[in-house]
Design a protein around this ligand. Structure first.
Ligand code: UT7
Length: 366
C-alpha cells in the first residue's frame, strides 16, 4: 500500500500590509478592539492584478522546490479557494498553466475555510488508492476583493495569501494518517457571498444591494466554531488510533484567537501546542492552515517526524480535521524553478498560438 507523504510546502503573501491603525481610519472601529476581540494585528492585501492563481502558483513553486519535484511530475492539482478567479475556468487550471504542469488533472474545490483540509484528504486518498503518485494542493485567496470595507463586522477579519503542499506516494508508513470531513448546509446563510452565482446573477440591483460582498452572522459562526474545533480534532485522532498526547502540534484555521483559545480549553491543552500566526495575516480562509504550517517549519517549531492535526471550519457550513505525520523532503532532485517558469510561459504562449493557427487553417477563422 502507498502512503501519502507531505514532501513540500510553500506560501506567498502580497507585500501590502493593512494594519488595525489603517482600519481605524476607514471604519468605525479601534485598533485595540480588533486586537482584543480577534487577535489580529495586520493583514495583507493583494494589489491590482495580483490574483489567486498568481499567489497560488508562487506558493506552489516554493513547495515544488522543497519537494525536489518538477511541475511536469505532478499528476493532480487541487485548488481550494473561496475566491476563485472565475466561476470557470477553475483557478486550479490557471495554476496548472502557470506551472506548466503538463500531465496534471486540475480542479477547484469549494468547502470555504475548511477547503484545504478537504483538498489534502482528497489528494491523499487518490495517492493511497494507487491511481496517482504526486499531487499539489493549493489554498489561495484574495478575500479583500469581496469585503465590504464599510462593514466593520467583516472587514477587520480577512486578508489575502496562499499556501501549497506537495504530496507524494511512498512505501514508508506516515504522511496523511486520517481525516474527518463534515458539513451542515442548514447553516449556509450564516456566512455567504449571496450574488454572482446562478441564483442571483450579477445585475445592477445585486450590486447596489451589496450582494457581492461577504455577509456574516459573526456571533453564530463563532458559536458553531467553538463547538466543532475540539470535536473534529478528537474524531480525527480516534480515526488515526492516536491520542492528544501523541500529537506535537495542532494547526487550527486562523479565524479568531478567541476561537483557538476556546478549542485549547476544550481539549485541555496549553495554547503553546497550537500554531498561531493570525496576528500577521488575519483570516485567509483556505490559505490560513498551510501558511501557518509553513511559518512553523521556518521557525523550527515543526520538524520531520512530528505528528500534527490540522483543524478548520467555515462557510457551508463545513468543518473537519486531518492528522498527519510530517515527512519533509524525501531527497528529490534539485529543481531550478526559473527554468521551469520559462518553459511554462513559452509552452502556454505556444499552445495559444497553435490553437489560433489551427482555428485559421481548419476552423474557418480569420
Ligand atoms: O472562517 C470563518 C470566518 N468567520 C469567523 O470565524 C467569524 C467568527 N466570529 C467572530 O470572530 C466574532 O463574532 C467577530 C469578531 C466578528 C465579532 O466579535 P464579537 O466579540 O462576537 O462581537 P459582537 O458581534 O458580539 O459585538 C460586540 C460589540 C457590539 O456592540 P454593542 O452592540 O455591544 O454596543 C458590536 O456592534 O462590538 C461591536 N463591534 C465592534 N466594535 C468595534 C462589532 N464589530 C466591531 C468593530 N469595532 N470592528
Amino acid at each position: 500500500m502507498s502512503y501519502a507523504h507531505i514532501t513540500g510546502w510553500g506560501m506567498a503573501v502580497p507585500e501590502r500590509v493593512l494594519s488595525n491603525a489603517d482600519l481605524e481610519r476607514m471604519v468605525d472601529t479601534t485598533a485595540a478592539w480588533i486586537l482584543e476581540r480577534t487577535g489580529i494585528h495586520e493583514r495583507r492585501i493583494a494589489r491590482d492584478g495580483q490574483t489567486p492563481s498568481i499567489l497560488g502558483a508562487e506558493a506552489a513553486w516554493k513547495a515544488l522546490k522543497v519537494a525536489g519535484l518538477k511541475p511536469t511530475d505532478l499528476d493532480l492539482i487541487v485548488c481550494a479557494t473561496s475566491t476563485p478567479e472565475h466561476l470557470f475556468p477553475a483557478t486550479a487550471c490557471l495554476i496548472q498553466d502557470r506551472l506548466g504542469a503538463t500531465k496534471a488533472g486540475a480542479f477547484d474545490l469549494l468547502a470555504a475555510c475548511t477547503g484545504f483540509i478537504y483538498g489534502l484528504n482528497m489528494a491523499a486518498q487518490a495517492i493511497r488508492s494507487g491511481s496517482i503518485r504526486s499531487a499539489l494542493v493549493v489554498g489561495t485567496e484574495t478575500l479583500s476583493r469581496f469585503v465590504n470595507w464599510q462593514d466593520r463586522n467583516t472587514c477587520i477579519l480577512f486578508g489575502d495569501g496562499a499556501g501549497a503542499f506537495v504530496l507524494q506516494a511512498g512505501d514508508e508508513p506516515g504522511g496523511v494518517l486520517s481525516a474527518v470531513l463534515h458539513s451542515d448546509g442548514s447553516g449556509g446563510g450564516l456566512l455567504s457571498l449571496p450574488a454572482g452565482g446562478s441564483r442571483h446573477p450579477a445585475t445592477d440591483a445585486t450590486v447596489s444591494a451589496g450582494m457581492h460582498f461577504i455577509h456574516m452572522d459573526g456571533k453564530e459562526v463563532f458559536r458553531f466554531a467553538t463547538r466543532v474545533m475540539a470535536q473534529a480534532t478528537r474524531e480525527s485522532l480516534a480515526a488515526a488510533g492516536l491520542e492528544l498526547g501523541d500529537i506535537h502540534w495542532i494547526v487550527p484555521h486562523q479565524a479568531n484567537m478567541r476561537i483557538i483559545d476556546a478549542a485549547a480549553r476544550s481539549l485541555k491543552l496549553p495554547l503553546d501546542r497550537f500554531i498561531v500566526n493570525i496576528e500577521k495575516y488575519g483570516n485567509t480562509s483556505t490559505a490560513s492552515i498551510p501558511m501557518a504550517v509553513c511559518e512553523a517549519f521556518e521557525q523550527g517549531l515543526l520538524k520531520a517526524g512530528n505528528r500534527i492535526v490540522l483543524v478548520g471550519f467555515g462557510a457551508g457550513l463545513t468543518w473537519g480535521a486531518l492528522t498527519a505525520e510530517w515527512t519533509g523532503p524525501v531527497g528529490g532532485r534539485r529543481v531550478q524553478p526559473w527554468a521551469y517558469r520559462v518553459f511554462a510561459r513559452v509552452r502556454s504562449a505556444f499552445r495559444r498560438l497553435s490553437r489560433h493557427i489551427e482555428g485559421i487553417l481548419w476552423g474557418g477563422k480569420g
